[in-house]
Design a protein around this ligand. Structure first.
Ligand code: GLA
Length: 715
């Protein structure tokens, strides 16, 4: 709900209020974002404001005032929300409010960029029009608020109303000034095989904490999601502000403490390497940033984002459907397969009870290693004599669906496509482009290249019964042809993804980028699941999946049981623990199933039927992280159904110790006066005992042990 009372506008979500107002100079000031304020005496607002900031500072007021979208160079010398180079070579501007427009019942949509949509959720959008009389710069701010969520989705449009060209040097999607206080920043750092490692940093007075990524995609190294919290915040208490950018290109999240310990937080496209020239009446739209508030810790932030993303971001029809349980051949064969081998694996997958066989890299061109053929999307008949459609038919006859891997944004220098169109690779004229994994990136800022990619994928998917696609992107971006290029490329990626996923609405798409290098809300808008990491080791995955689950829904995290010793880190783990770790995501297998022992076959059959029992719960339930693998020797999480009748508990112990007594685990959010049966052990417990006294989890006496419970209410 959005209300305007005089110069004040109040946006109200489920338990939150976001209040801004215009002062006598026309400045757009920020008054409150936090717990809901049900009724306010707006006539007192100016007095309260001056009591807080003091009249003495009025000479230089904007430098201390909390603002909505601060300008640079006049009366606020903190970080601006945007920056322009005017035609006379200075960076100044000063925005004043021209108008507030309330778009009732609408979630704001940005052309070419993924955004939250309203679906059945009541929501409204506020548009604030700001204008600088001297430079004729117009800025429009958009704020969408949903009645049932504690989020505000923000974005901005920068419009040049002058006669001259201007250069936009930065434009954050949102800028939020938080009150004087002590704050921590929580972000995800990492690398290939170690994605989204949780990091927490106190932001001391005057300090700037910034995570910025300029690698082309959202990246393995830093994710476009941060939380700013009170220093006492944990999973269940404390004030937390989440910032999730719906964007898959270069990004930046900055928090800078000012002279009074107020904190200015900004998120958007990374200004480093960005610029956009705007001619008369040309406009630039930022991606959307979803800000979420919780007064009860990180867990509440997660549950909020999970519901919001599942219901109001992810467009695939698969979002609310259980996904086929799959076998992917990658770690089982890598490039070394024949049709016969694949069919053997598929036949065994069927016997085990799986639904889908996925053929990974190596099926096209002359690709027997990673040195060639990206761009040549024609089947390698030496390996697959009956082609993709013949193979799909054979796999379908076994009673399985068939899926494939593609990497459509790429081009190998050793490919027919490159020989025909060397200029289609991202490059700078006069320089040999840098190869990473022996490949270059297709220039998706060009319409003709986008069209080629759309047609190539359309052709593959139309000519065989392909029901699943793993969409990979295996390198970072170098050889940037011009400033601002990465954004234009990202718009091309979205165009291609949007057209293909709309053309094939029944196909299940999975995002991937050399593992989890592009796990972000932008990709989730098109693809309901994303491969979280090329590190498939069950124990490494505890951390990767734990932090990924903070913003992103558990069921969007693609997670496979692979061979032991693990191929990435050599760790030996039990099949039981590998499954326990993979249950916290979309479940599947990725190993040579023709080599399984009888005991492994029995266990896998049980795991598959168990996963079928928990799929809906993992897909739609509420997540409670109970013990963190970052802080403890354990990783324990619970997912509870919305009606509290079912709960899944997955627990892993990392290292064992002698004669160890573990703390009791207290479950969350059950019906206290009901009984639950643990389907795994057959034991019966009352909800209040599980929640208030807690239970001991009896781990095996070994490293990497696990316990899984599935609690179902008995009446
Ligand atoms: C990437 C993916 C892997 C696999 C390979 C194939 O690394 O993350 O899962 O598909 O590419 O080349």
């Amino acid at each position: 709900m959005i209300e305007r009372i005089g110069n004040t506008v109040c946006l109200t979500g489920r338990d939150i209020s976001y209040i801004m107002f215009t002062n006598e100079n026309g400045d757009l000031l920020h008054f409150h974002f936090g717990k809901k304020i049900k009724s306010m005496d707006y006539s007192r607002m100016t007095d309260e404001w001056h009591e807080e900031w003091g009249y003495a500072t009025n000479q230089f007021p904007l430098d201390v005032y909390p603002q909505e979208y601060p300008s640079y160079g006049l009366t606020d010398l903190r970080n601006p929300a945007y920056s322009v180079l005017n035609s006379d070579n200075n960076n100044l501007s000063m925005l004043c409010v021209k108008d507030f427009i309330i778009h009732k019942g609408q979630a704001y949509q940005i052309n070419g960029l993924p955004c939250l949509f309203s679906a059945k959720s009541p929501c409204d959008t506020l548009e604030v029009i700001l204008y600088d009389e001297v430079t004729c710069l117009e800025v429009r701010l958009f704020y969408t608020v949903f009645d049932e969520y504690n989020v505000i989705a923000r974005s901005a449009a920068i419009v040049n109303r002058s006669e001259h060209n201007i250069k936009l040097l930065s434009a954050y999607s949102a800028s939020l000034d938080l009150p004087v206080g002590e704050y921590d920043m929580i972000h995800f750092a990492g690398s290939w095989g170690r994605e989204r490692e949780l990091a927490r940093t106190p932001i001391k007075i005057g300090m700037k904490a910034e995570i910025e990524n300029a690698r082309g995609g959202s990246g393995h190294q830093l994710n476009p999601f941060v939380m700013i919290s009170s220093v006492d915040a944990d999973e269940e208490k404390g004030e937390v502000y989440g910032f999730s950018l719906i964007y898959s290109g270069n990004h930046s999240s900055v928090a800078k403490s000012d002279q009074f310990r107020g904190l200015r937080v900004q998120q958007g496209i990374n200004p480093n390497g960005f610029e956009c020239v705007l001619g008369k009446d040309e406009e630039f739209y930022t991606p959307q940033c979803v800000i979420c508030y919780s007064s009860s810790g990180f867990g509440a932030i997660s549950r909020e984002y999970h519901d919001l993303f599942r219901n109001n971001l992810m467009r695939s029809k698969w979002t609310h459907m259980n996904r086929p349980l799959l076998l992917n051949n990658w770690e089982g064969t890598y490039f070394n397969f024949t049709e016969e081998k694949l069919l053997d694996m598929a036949a065994r997958a069927k016997e085990l009870g799986l639904d889908l066989f996925v053929l990974d890299d190596g099926w096209f061109g002359k690709r027997n290693d990673d040195k060639s053929s990206l761009g040549d999307w024609t089947v390698n008949k030496d390996k697959l004599p009956s082609g993709l459609s013949g193979l799909a038919d054979k796999i379908n006859k076994l009673g399985l669906k068939f899926g494939i891997w593609i990497e459509p944004e790429m081009i190998s220098p050793d490919s027919e496509l490159y020989r025909a169109h060397p200029d289609w690779a991202v490059h700078v004229r006069g320089r040999e482009p840098v190869e990473i994994r022996n490949q270059l990136i297709l220039d998706l800022s060009r319409d003709d290249v986008c069209e080629y990619v759309i047609n190539a994928v359309k052709n593959i998917l139309s000519n065989a019964n392909i029901e699943y696609v793993k969409w990979d992107m295996n390198r970072q971006m170098t050889d940037i042809p011009c400033a601002g290029y990465n954004h234009r490329y990202t718009l091309g990626v979205y165009r291609v993804m949007s057209e293909i996923t709309s053309m094939f609405p029944d196909v299940l798409f999975e995002g991937c980028s050399a593992g989890g290098g592009r796990f972000d809300a932008g990709i989730l808008a098109y693809m309901p699941q994303i491969w979280a990491s090329d590190n498939s080791d069950a124990v490494s995955r505890l951390k990767i999946q734990y932090s990924t689950s903070i913003p992103y829904p558990v069921y969007s995290i693609s997670s496979h049981v692979t061979a032991s010793p693990n191929h990435q880190c050599g760790r030996i783990t039990s099949l039981k623990t590998r499954a326990a770790s993979a249950y916290m995501g979309t479940f599947g297998y990725e190993l040579d199933v023709t080599k399984l022992t009888d005991d492994e076959i029995t266990q896998i059959k049980e795991q598959i039927s168990f996963d079928r029992r928990i799929q809906t719960l993992v897909r739609e339930g509420d997540l409670y992280r109970i013990l963190s693998p970052y802080d403890t020797n354990f990783s324990v999480s619970e997912i509870v159904s919305k009606d509290r009748r079912k709960a899944l508990l997955t627990a892993c112990k990392v290292l064992t110790a002698g004669q160890e007594k573990n703390a009791r685990i207290k479950l969350r959010n059950l019906n206290t006066d009901k009984q639950y049966k643990d389907v795994v052990s057959g034991k019966i417990y009352r909800g209040d005992l599980l929640m208030y006294r807690g239970i001991m989890l009896n781990y095996d006496a070994c490293d990497f042990a696990s316990v899984v419970m599935l609690l179902e209410q008995t009446d």
